[in-house]
Design a protein around this ligand. Sequence first.
Ligand SMILES: *Cc1c(COP(=O)(O)O)cnc(C)c1O
Length: 394
Amino acid sequence: MTQSDPHHMQFDTRLMHAAAPDPPIGGSVVTPIFQSAMGVQPPEGPAEGQDLHDSIRYIRLHNTPNHLELQGRLASLAGAQAGLVCASGMAAISASLLTVLQPGQHLLVSKELYGGSHAWIHGELARLGITSTAIDGTAPATWAAALRPETKALYLETITNPLLRCSDLPAAAAFAKEHGLVSLTDNTLASPALCRPVELGIDLSLHSATKYLNGHSDIVAGVVLGSKELVGEVASRLTLLGGCLDPNACFLLTRGLKTLSVRIERQCANAQALAEFLSDHPAVERVNYPGLPDHPDSEHARSWLSGWGGLLSFELAGGEVAARSLVQAVRIPAYAPSLGGVETLITLPVDSSHAILSPSEREAAGVGPGLVRVALGIEGQRDLIADFAQALEV
Ligand SMILES: *Cc1c(COP(=O)(O)O)cnc(C)c1O
């Protein structure tokens, strides 16, 4: 290792340089897009000691130069041995859970879940004979009561959507070790800039890279981070499932990733300012943001989260009618699902992330019809606050 080895540098430096090809391919400062389905194989057969699989370059094997640079960089940022990029966040989640669980086994799973994960776990996995019990990710003392002899994994979300609860990841890592479970967390809302679950002892950190990692709302992608062995198993499964990321999307994600720290810093500041403004406003009944003093988890979660992210949700005293009127009256945020992009978006989770759930499932998840979710972008703070102020007067 040389002194300039980027792996020993600060997070913000590694965003630019970790796992970059050395020397640069073709002398390019930015690694070009390798839009080639396959690479040439040595006609004399694999080199001594090389397995046949490693000698094949093919997009579905996640091993073009674009994949290798991106996966190496993401692993470095997460403090993980290995990384895998996937066609979507759901591809990362589904391939990971299919890898760590067999039919007949049981999963402990956060009661607050992204809608697609909820549908995958309670619908598709259940169909395959993999059962689950919902637990409160913020209350580790309650988890042991849900264990069964066939329990094999624990699945949490680092920060939940849309209520912004912070799962106790250090307790999850310890609990999983004690009971022989594989621990997984969906780290999408925090990103490695705010939380690095693998460094806390979590086995797999999963992301929808569609959100903060890419940051520009122009691709769909997913990431799996963890040990070489476990990520290798997920990669083998994903190779067969076929959920590979295209090299063009790898290129865009590598580009978007470079500004992760500066984007998140602004998004956290914008979210904090809007949360404070809303919580002082008479038309607002309740604001969910861990940066506010009345949030139930922030005191404790400070030890594993270095910021609270760019997402917040709130309820208006006027309920659903007032919420529908607000989302029509704001001028800057587009009414759209998703989060983590540079532009501010607003949505009612009942129309977006939680549309796939039944009304009773939504009620159990604490997502009422009048809940408004805002995903802050990087626009000017004064303009955003003024926009919400005028929209609340309407
Ligand atoms: C968006 C999202 C997903 C799904 O990711 P896709 O890239 O849309 O497949 C999973 N988990 C969370 C927390 C998300 O916000």
